[in-house]
Design a protein around this ligand. Structure first.
Ligand SMILES: *Cc1c(COP(=O)(O)O)cnc(C)c1O
Length: 376
């Protein structure tokens, strides 16, 4: 057996030669950032990929995209109101809301889908009423929420904005022919090096509402209206070179995702008999990695230990959940939560396995063998 490590994430980037050619073009144009021609092409290409009449703008990161979207839709808060979100997600979700002057209201996840629980969301809206400023729904692990329509209905009935964090999910689909990006008031994406559409550091926001995209774009450009700062903003712009990388990444995205989905299918065939379960819609997602829910904490512990011994990078996102991260645990007045028992249970049983573009068959087999040994 090879002793070579299988990294948890193996980013795939354009070749140094391709990037050098892009940089030569950018240098020749003498236009390095501030919504230059390459960034404009990427924003248009992202919108075209999503289709459905969506518009898009780019960001310096998924986090700045979140801060800009919350600011555009909710305005600045005074910490008296809450934004509903899962605790079972990446910490940036709660941090972005705090930077905007709102407190996170953590709700539980559904144990089958690992998505925020619709029932818990409805209960939170009812219990907190006008204390809720908006909903920040996360498409867990970049997988499209099968109940997205019900969430839209819930948000509309309560008259609160619905912002969707699809950070790891560019290229994922809610259903046949429906890429993520056109639901809720807007959807945000991360183009971080670890995500399927990677530029290094970057992000994007997509929405059907062109005016909202224009406002988000302005917020990420110091609130400028022409040369006048007309709204509270900051610098959240994406520079030309990462935008050029994004265009190249987008051109190969579907082919790379197809190779990832084939590996997921192999995992599904091998692991389902062991009682490991996968998220509904994972098969039509862009698969940042492969998350599986183990039948017990003991199986998770065996997978964690055997993969470590075998040199296979393995994580357990999102454990610990946000409310148990140190900053939140030691600032209990900064947030609130409804019941989180499913979140705790999922954290005890979740495992994320590596899943790369064009993953070598030998690597896939090594992972399969180790997980089968652990799951027996
Ligand atoms: C990666 C991620 C983010 C943050 O994106 P950055 O580009 O790293 O700022 C936010 N939310 C979720 C769910 C993520 O996975």
């Amino acid at each position: 057996m090879s002793s070579e490590q299988i990294p948890f994430i193996r980013p795939a980037f354009p070749s140094p030669g391709e990037i050098a050619a892009d940089f030569a073009d950018i240098a020749a144009s003498n236009w390095y950032t501030n919504h230059g021609p390459v960034e404009r092409r990427l924003a248009d290409a992202l919108a075209a990929y999503i289709g459905q009449g969506a518009h898009a703008t780019t960001s310096a990161s998924g986090t700045t995209a979140l801060v800009a979207a919350v600011t555009a839709l909710l305005g600045q808060g005074d910490r008296s109101r809450y934004v509903v979100m899962p605790s079972f997600t990446f910490v940036a979700v709660a941090q972005s809301v705090l930077w905007c002057g709102y407190r996170p209201l953590f709700i539980d996840v559904d144990e089958l889908t690992l998505q925020p629980s619709l029932a818990a969301g409805a209960e939170a809206l009812q219990r907190y009423g006008k204390g809720i400023a908006g909903i920040l729904l996360c498409n867990t692990f970049g997988v499209g929420n099968p109940s997205i329509q019900d969430w839209e209905t819930l948000a509309q009935a309560d008259g609160v904005p619905l912002i969707i964090d699809s950070a790891a999910g560019f290229g994922s689909h809610y259903g046949a022919g429906e890429p993520l990006g056109a639901r809720g008031n807007c959807e945000i994406f991360s183009l971080h090096a670890t995500k399927p559409l990677a530029v290094g550091e970057g992000g994007a926001v997509a929405a059907k509402d062109a005016d909202l995209i224009a406002r988000i774009e302005a917020i990420q450009n110091f609130g400028f209206d022409g040369r006048d700062s007309a709204a509270l903003g900051f610098n959240g712009k994406l520079a030309e070179l990462p935008a050029a990388i994004g265009l190249r990444q987008l051109a190969t995205l579907d082919a790379r995702i197809a190779t990832r989905r084939a590996v997921l299918e192999r995992f599904r065939v091998e692991f389902t008999p062991l009682g490991l379960t996968f998220q509904p819609n994972a098969e039509q997602s862009s698969l940042c990695f492969a998350s599986v829910l183990c039948p017990s904490a003991e199986v998770k512990a065996r997978i964690t230990s055997l993969t470590a011994t075998a040199g296979i990078g393995c994580r357990d996102y999102y454990n610990p959940p946000i409310h148990r991260q140190n900053f939140f645990a030691t600032n209990p007045d900064g947030w609130a939560a409804t019941e989180l028992s499913s979140t705790e249970d999922v954290c005890a049983r979740i495992v994320s396995l590596p899943l790369h573009d064009d993953m070598a068959a030998a690597d896939v087999t090594r992972i399969v063998d180790v997980v089968r040994a652990a799951g027996r």
